[in-house]
Structures are given as structure tokens and as C-alpha cells.
Design a protein around this ligand. Structure first.
Ligand SMILES: Cc1cc2nc3c(=O)[nH]c(=O)nc-3n(C[C@H](O)[C@H](O)[C@H](O)COP(=O)(O)OP(=O)(O)OC[C@H]3O[C@@H](n4cnc5c(N)ncnc54)[C@H](O)[C@@H]3O)c2cc1C
Length: 409
């Protein structure tokens, strides 16, 4: 919160094709508005800073970006050729439009990282930087840490590169008036009123799940920081665990889970992201014809946007991702704020050096999330234990965004 305003330090945007979320937002009586994107954007990569409107293709004079669109087209083609999001390694599946000899197969794609693929397949340095940047920003991991196949699965679930990266028609199209957190708080209020949901227990952590031979499940819960003797037990026929796999791996299971599921929980780390909001007295960048959208490969902020409230309260939201997030997490909040405002001043002038408030959240250090936006896979993990992701283990079923077949994260 700053004054009367709430800013989201977690999820924020409603995408143009997030149809289910859009209908929940409407049912809850919330309103959306367009993400501001008018004016010049910044591209600050490989030691060069340039300004453009619309699409980066207009920057061909300042950068050698020729390869970018071919590469995005190739990645989208490979993603679309996958047999499915949930079973990308389906045996003998037809890979429409793919020449297995020259372009590979899902199994081969899972043996290499995104970084290895871009190194081999994207010719220009600037074009390579853009693709690598996307992995850092959209997934919070270094391209060298990320399986190409998992990246393709993510692209396929998100309807392709442009849909994921864009504002208009893309995942960053709309914001919710008053903040996206209201979706959770309003759903919580509705739950409280529903007589069928009186057993909902908030602010408590599931510690263990036991499955009994006679049928049924016992879940043990106690609050963080409380004495374990305060634990409570819940009994049910089935149990749905809707947390990221690496978070689910911290729960104890009796009997032990099948090895493939246990291995999956060890091989699906979260991405590393620090989300920051810098609040100003005025939207000085707009007065100068800028959108506040900037792409950088050095940071600390790798991507930022105008985050002003509808009433004009001025703010910029910026993300630090992947290895940079790990490094900046070791510094103080003051050091991060200083470096971020310096970066903004480089783009939009010295007014950026004087925010009235700075807010941030390092998701990598969050006990019950362990990072964001979503669980990820390094090369080989999908092949080794991908089937453990959503296959039920007895009476325990797995849910959460990682198990989605559309819009993973
Ligand atoms: C900084 C950030 C920005 C994002 N931006 C966007 C965006 O703009 N648009 C978008 O669509 N998505 C965005 N996302 C992603 C989106 O928030 C996630 O995809 C979504 O929250 C996943 O929902 P989930 O229910 O699967 O898991 P979660 O939201 O992680 O929910 C799991 C819940 O379980 C709780 N929990 C964990 N362990 C236990 C336990 N042992 N016992 C009891 N409870 C437990 C956690 O505290 C948490 O409340 C963003 C995420 C972050 C962090």
C-alpha cells in the first residue's frame, strides 16, 4: 500500500485471452483498464540504448535484429508441433511441419538448454540477446538453465511468444482497478459466506499427508512459528495439493510417494524474480513522450512498464530476473533502489532519481513459494520424471498452475 493505493507485488496483468480470469473478475464486480503503452519504448542491450515506437523491428538501423522474428517463428512452430502441453514426449506422435533430421524432436529438444539452441540457431548477437532476455524475464531463469522442450511447452500453453510478451492482445493487456490482489481477497470473502466451505483454514501450513490402507487421507496442519503440539488433523476421502511441485516436496507423505513424483519435486525449481514498484509525484516520462516500457540486458531492471493508477498516481513496475535477481538479492534495499532509479534516469531524465516511495518483493526468498512465476525444468527433467507432474498418487491429486494445459503461470 502507498496512501490509498494498493500495488501488486505478485501477479498483476489480465491477458486478452485469460477468459476464465476475465469472467471471475467480472463476477466479483471488479473492473479492468488498459495497460498504458503510448509513446516511445526503450531497448537497452549490448551496450547500446535506442528508442522506438510500436515494434522493435523499427530498430534495425540501431541493432542487427534481423534474426529475431525468424527465431520467434521457429520456436512458435516447434511449440505448436508438440503433441500436447501435458504429454509433449508422446511416443510416435506426428510433428506437423517439423523436419526431424534438421529441426529435431521433443526428446532431442529436452536434451538441450534454450541457451544452447539460441547459440546454434540464432545468428546475430542482438537477436540472441532478445531471445535469452525473454527466458530471463518470462521465466526467471538463465537460458542455459532451462530445457528447450520445457520452454516450448510454456510457449505452447501461453499461445506463443508474442501472446506472452505483448501488451495489446497479449498477457500484459489489462490491469484491475484497485489491484489484482482483490481477486484473492474477494474470493476469500465469498468462501467465508459459503456454508459448504466453513472448514477453510487460512494461514496454516500442511505438514504431512497420510494415506490409510483402509482408504481416506489424514492431513496434519499447524501455523508457521507455532508449536507443533497445536497441530490439527483433517480427514477426507481424497486430497488435492495445489502448490508448486518444489513446495509440495516439503510436505511429508506417508507412505512415501512413488520415486518419479519425489524426483519431480526435486527437479522443478522456481524461477528467480524480484518485483519492484517505484512511485513518483508525477508521470514525468509520459510528459516527455515515453511509455516507461524498457527492455534491458544489464538491468538491474530487465523489463518495466508504466504502473500508474487510474487516478494518475505515478508508478513504474520493474522486474529483476534470473541470475541478476540472485545477485541483487544479496544487496540492501537501498542499493537496489539506487541502482534502479539510476537506470530509469538514464532513460527518462533525472526526475527518476527522486521517487516518493519504493516497494519490492524478492519471491525467491518466499517460504511458501520459493520463487516465481512457475516451476521450471532443466534439460532432461521432463524426460526423466515429467509424468510425475499430474499423475495422482493414490488418493492425492496434484493441481496448481504447473499442471495447467493453458497459460502455465
Ligand atoms: C511477481 C509475480 C508476478 C506475476 N505476474 C502475473 C501476471 O501478471 N499475470 C498472471 O496471470 N500471472 C502472474 N503471475 C503468476 C501467478 O501469480 C501464478 O501463476 C499463480 O499464482 C499460481 O497459482 P497457484 O494456485 O498454482 O499457486 P500459488 O499462487 O503459489 O498458490 C499456492 C498457495 O498455497 C500456499 N501454500 C504453500 N505451501 C503450503 C502448505 N504446505 N500448506 C498450505 N498452504 C501452502 C501458498 O502460500 C499459496 O498461497 C505472477 C507471479 C508472481 C509471483
Amino acid at each position: 500500500m502507498h496512501g490509498d493505493h494498493a500495488w501488486d507485488l505478485g501477479g498483476q496483468w489480465v491477458g486478452g485471452t485469460h477468459k476464465l480470469l476475465q469472467s471471475v473478475v467480472k463476477d466479483l464486480g471488479l473492473e479492468v483498464f488498459d495497460q498504458y503503452d503510448e509513446g516511445k519504448h526503450v531497448l537497452d542491450i549490448n551496450g547500446n540504448t535506442a528508442f522506438y515506437e510500436g515494434n522493435i523491428s523499427t530498430l534495425n538501423d540501431s541493432y542487427s535484429l534481423e534474426g529475431v522474428f525468424e527465431c520467434i517463428g521457429q520456436l512458435d512452430k516447434m511449440a505448436l508441433a508438440l503433441p500436447s502441453v501435458r504429454n509433449p514426449l508422446e511416443k510416435d506422435a506426428e510433428l506437423t511441419g517439423i523436419d526431424r533430421e534438421t529441426e529435431g524432436t521433443p526428446l532431442i529438444w529436452d536434451q538441450q538448454s534454450v541457451g544452447e539452441w539460441t547459440e546454434k540457431n540464432v545468428k546475430g548477437k542482438d537477436a540472441r540477446t532478445i531471445i535469452d532476455w525473454f527466458a530471463r524475464v518470462c521465466l526467471g531463469q538463465e537460458p542455459t538453465e532451462l530445457s528447450l522442450l520445457y520452454f516450448l511447452v510454456f510457449l505452447r500453453a501461453g499461445e506463443g511468444y508474442s501472446r506472452l510478451a505483448d501488451i495489446r492482445g497479449g498477457a500484459q493487456e489489462k490491469r484491475i482497478v484497485g489491484g489484482t490482489m482483490q481477486v484473492s481477497t474477494k474470493l476469500g470473502e465469498k468462501l467465508k459466506k459459503n456454508p459448504l466451505c466453513q472448514g477453510v483454514l487460512l494461514n496454516s501450513t500442511v505438514r504431512s499427508i497420510e494415506q490409510h490402507k483402509t482408504g481416506g487421507v489424514r492431513v496434519t496442519v499447524w501455523r508457521d512459528g507455532a508449536d507443533p503440539s497445536t497441530r490439527k488433523f483433517y480427514h477426507s476421502k481424497y486430497c488435492v495439493v495445489a502448490v508448486p511441485p518444489t513446495v509440495a516436496g516439503k510436505i511429508e507423505y506417508f507412505p512415501q510417494l512413488p520415486a518419479v513424483r519425489d524426483e519431480l519435486t526435486q527437479r522443478m525449481p522456481m524461477g528467480c524474480i524480484i518485483k519492484t514498484i517505484t512511485i513518483y509525484k508525477t508521470r514525468f516520462w509520459r510528459d516527455k513522450g515515453f511509455s516507461a516500457e524498457a527492455i534491458s540486458d544489464t538491468g538491474p531492471i530487465f523489463i518495466c512498464y508504466d504502473d500508474s493508477a487510474l487516478d494518475g498516481t505515478a508508478a513504474i513496475v520493474g522486474f529483476i530476473g534470473a541470475q541478476a535477481a540472485r545477485s541483487w538479492a544479496t544487496k540492501t534495499q537501498e542499493e537496489r533502489q539506487h541502482a534502479i532509479t539510476q537506470q530509469y534516469a538514464k532513460y527518462w531524465g533525472e526526475e527518476a532519481l527522486h521517487p516518493i516511495k519504493y516497494l519490492e518483493k524478492d519471491w525467491h526468498g518466499e517460504l511458501h513459494s520459493r520463487g516465481c512465476y512457475v516451476g521450471l525444468m532443466a534439460p532432461g527433467a521432463l524426460t526423466a520424471c515429467g509424468q510425475g507432474l499430474s499423475e495422482p498418487c493414490g488418493r492425492i491429486h496434484w493441481a496448481g498452475t504447473e499442471t495447467a494445459s493453458r497459460w502455465i503461470a
